[in-house]
Design a protein around this ligand. Structure first.
Ligand code: HEC
Length: 161
């Protein structure tokens, strides 16, 4: 009886060992997957902002040409890029300030929905001010955005058909 019990305990210890071996293998796999995620490419804060800058400029020319469909597209591109900053650059403390631009974006969305040029112009100023306010808040006050003067995208037609 003693021997049988000792044998059972021996088998139990062996099976535990095997299990811990599996756990070890899983740990290695998880570590390597974490390593892949950690080192995979994600655009930087500044790259997302360059995209926001492009759509901010295009939004102006869309509104100026009363191309409301394009204006709606551009404001949503800005929203998407800002959401991507929150998602992919969550470790940057500046990302916490992104939402301060929401009231200005909401006002712009309303102006576009109402196809109201005057409201659009006013909202564009508020939006641009909000961009600069956030730059000041995050110590990037030297990064000043403004209403674009010239349409530099010569390969795009901003007029409606
Ligand atoms: C979180 C608040 C915040 C808001 C809101 C914000 N920005 Fe920025 N922006 C930053 C920060 C921080 C940087 C610097 C990023 C870096 O470290 O590269 C930046 C950088 C930039 C740059 C420089 C990119 C480059 O590489 O030259 C431009 C242009 C820019 N933002 C445009 C805008 C525009 C246009 C808006 C509004 C539609 C806006 N930003 C709204 C925080 C903000």
């Amino acid at each position: 009886m003693k021997y049988i019990l000792a044998f059972i305990i021996f088998i139990f210890i062996l099976s535990c060992k095997d299990k811990s071996g599996q756990t070890g293998k899983l740990r290695i796999k998880i570590d390597s997957l974490e390593n892949i995620i950690e080192n995979s490419y994600k655009p930087g804060f500044g790259e997302f902002m360059s995209s926001v800058q492009t759509h901010h400029a295009k939004l102006w020319f869309a509104g100026k040409n009363k191309n409301w469909q394009l204006a709606d597209f551009e404001i949503h591109e800005i929203i998407e890029a800002l959401n991507n900053i929150k998602k992919y650059q969550s470790s940057r403390k500046e990302s916490k300030s992104i939402d301060m631009i929401i009231p200005a974006i909401d006002s712009m969305k309303e102006a576009i929905k109402n196809k109201n040029q005057q409201f659009f112009n006013h909202s564009y100023m508020s939006l641009t001010n909000a961009c600069n306010k956030c730059h000041a808040l995050t110590n990037f006050e030297f990064n000043i955005v403004k209403v674009p003067e010239k349409q530099t995208f010569s390969n795009q037609d901003f007029k409606t058909k």
